[in-house]
Design a protein around this ligand. Structure first.
Ligand SMILES: NC(=O)c1ccc[n+]([C@@H]2O[C@H](COP(=O)([O-])OP(=O)(O)OC[C@H]3O[C@@H](n4cnc5c(N)ncnc54)[C@H](O)[C@@H]3O)[C@@H](O)[C@H]2O)c1
Length: 276
């Protein structure tokens, strides 16, 4: 066989729907996808940020579009999916990137676990787990009809070993990893082995959702939790969002044709380190 890295890792002309595509990690992926010639639909609840990103990459909106989408609302997803199909003809990839934690579902000296409001816990649980399952149902059906497609979920370090303070987020991300394996088997066995489902588990990337836990608002120094985390990352630093790009492109490319049902840590070694 003759191999060419250009072909092995090419995602050129692939039509990619990315939920949470206006977020810190999502936007980095969107930019990379456009640069390597993919067609992208940014599906995000925050349409203003999504549209600004879209316009900054492609003024004519030929290869990238922004669609106001709520991943917890079936009709909203269906509406966006119909627009993507109208524009690009079909969908090759779904990235379930919408997710996150909330300070209201995080324990602290003034907010013990016993008093965390049900609504806050439910919000985090729904956003991460239902927000992954519902788009997978809708776009997964399109993949079943086409006999091919790729779903990429976004799990977390919490899924391997829960982190302190964030019970709902940890449980939900463990659910995302479990669902990734379940769906990979289901789609391959019931529909087509050309439908692959994987997840990435990013380590610690400084973003809005975790900044309040890692950086002291007043001093801008690391919090004690931030220090503990850095000491537990063999690479010795937080990740930069662009460091997710290579792993994601690999999982979406022909190079990963025989890879399904796995959760890939991108974490500077955090999940491998026992602490000793
Ligand atoms: N930042 C990290 O270190 C880290 C680590 C592990 C996993 N993750 C996961 O990566 C993903 C992206 O995280 P991020 O750090 O870029 O967060 P972010 O808050 O910057 O981005 C999340 C995006 O999701 C969108 N969103 C929220 N609710 C939505 C809804 N109901 N429907 C549609 N869109 C919605 C937001 O508008 C936002 O644009 C999340 O799933 C997060 O849990 C992040």
């Amino acid at each position: 066989m003759n191999f060419s890295t250009n072909e092995l890792f090419s995602i050129k002309d692939k039509v990619i729907c990315i939920t949470g595509g206006a977020g810190v990690l999502g936007a980095e992926l969107v930019k990379a996808f456009v640069q390597v010639g993919a067609k992208v639909a940014i599906m995000d609840r925050n349409i203003d940020v999504a549209q600004t990103l879209c316009n900054s990459l492609d003024k004519k909106n030929e290869s990238v579009i922004a669609l106001k989408t709520d991943v917890l609302d079936k009709n909203s997803i269906l509406e966006s999916v119909n627009k993507v199909i109208e524009k690009f003809g079909y969908i090759d990839v779904l990235i379930n990137g919408a997710g996150g934690n909330s300070p209201k579902a995080t324990t602290s000296p003034i907010q013990p676990f016993f008093d965390l409001p049900k609504d806050s816990l439910q919000f985090v649980f729904d956003l991460n787990i239902m927000g992954t399952i519902i788009p997978s149902q809708i776009i997964g059906k399109h993949f079943a009809e086409r006999g091919k497609g790729i779903i990429l979920n976004v799990s977390s370090m919490n899924a391997f070993t829960p982190l302190t303070k964030i019970a709902a987020y940890s449980a939900a991300k463990a659910g995302v990893s479990n669902f990734t394996q379940w769906l990979a088997v289901h789609m391959a066995k019931e529909y087509s082995s050309k439908i692959r489902v994987n997840a990435i588990a990013p380590g610690f990337f400084l973003t809005k959702q975790n900044e309040f836990l890692l950086i002291d608002e007043k001093t801008k120094n690391l919090t004690p939790r931030g220090e503990t985390i850095i000491n537990h990352i063999p690479a010795g630093k937080f990740g930069k969002s662009e460091q997710l790009v290579g792993t994601v492109i690999w999982l979406l490319s022909p190079a990963a044709e025989y890879v399904t049902g796995i959760i890939v840590p991108v974490d500077g070694g955090f999940s491998a380190f026992s602490g000793v």
